[in-house]
Design a protein around this ligand. Structure first.
Ligand code: SAM
Length: 272
């Protein structure tokens, strides 16, 4: 069942009736069905802890300048994780809220954010069409699904925005990823060692990780698999959802996109 993560979620007028909500994935034996249902937990939070509040503050402040529509009205930080961008946005926009699938990451969000968090699967967004002033997807939460599901998600995002609403899509620079792929490395954060193997398999970037907790000896295999959409394909997909590209940034601090940019941050607006 999809539910507000914490009770008394204050935006009931934005939600579809509960009967229209989907169901969350169910456990299949020891592992959840899809990689993105099981990977985003405490280990993810530790291994990606360099993706921190300061990075989010720089990115959000820049996004607010390019898309001032984010400053007012209901704005969804979709796949908000621990809420690092949402916390910054809410300092400007008290109607901003977040949604994520990961119980573990939502549980790590600052207590003050709790009334503004939903838990659910973005493939079944429980929100009413045409209600949102803005939607943000920070740090690559797009491309996790099949092509059909990714396209359907983009259509949903377009449908949820009101006319002139904005979408911030923070995505990989797919060309740079392909040119600079590091096939193998090992990183250590705290007690966790991650042995990483990266490859491009068909049109997806696949990262396989073997995690070892050095204190307990526990080992775990995890995987990330993200569809690599070239920018023009992403733009075409967005156009079909009624979204027109306003600007592309190549860094969180707002530099213009070039072929060597670390990010492809598309800021789209919905046709009036
Ligand atoms: C790379 S993280 C980015 C988190 C956050 N935006 C940030 O910048 O810290 C991707 C996020 O997508 C969430 N996610 C993955 N699959 C999801 C789904 N089907 N529905 C909703 N959220 C999902 C994960 O739980 C995780 O928080």
């Amino acid at each position: 069942m999809q539910l507000p993560f914490y009770p008394r979620w204050p935006f009931d007028s934005l939600l579809e009736p509960a009967s229209a909500w989907g169901t969350l994935g169910v456990w299949k034996g020891a592992a959840l069905a899809e990689w993105f249902e099981s990977w985003f937990d405490e280990d993810y939070a530790l291994l990606y802890s360099h993706r921190d509040e300061e990075e989010a503050r720089v990115a959000m402040e820049r996004a607010l300048r390019v898309a001032p529509e984010l400053a007012t009205g209901p704005v969804l930080d979709l796949a908000c994780g621990v809420g690092r961008h949402l916390e910054i946005l809410r300092q400007t926009n008290p109607l901003a809220f977040g949604m994520d699938l990961s119980r573990a990451l939502l549980g790590m969000a600052p207590p003050g954010l709790r009334p503004w968090l939903l838990r659910g699967d973005m493939r079944r967004l429980p929100l009413k069409a045409g209600t949102l002033h803005g939607i943000c997807l920070w740090f690559t939460p797009f491309g996790y699904f099949s092509d059909d599901e990714n396209r359907a998600l983009m259509m949903d995002l377009g449908g949820l925005l009101r006319p002139r609403g904005v979408l911030v899509m923070d995505y990989l620079n797919t060309d740079l990823v392909a040119r600079t792929l590091i096939p193998e490395d090992t990183v250590e954060w705290g007690e966790v060692r991650a042995q990483n193997r990266r490859s491009i398999e068909g049109d997806r970037l696949v990262k396989r990780m073997v995690l070892t907790h050095r204190d307990t000896g526990e080992r775990r295999d995890v995987i990330e698999s993200v569809r690599l959409y070239p920018p023009l394909e992403l733009q075409a997909m967005a156009a079909r959802a009624g979204l027109r590209l306003r600007r592309v940034l190549g860094t969180y601090s707002g530099e213009a996109f070039t072929e060597d940019s670390p990010r492809w941050i598309g800021i789209f607006e919905k046709a009036p």
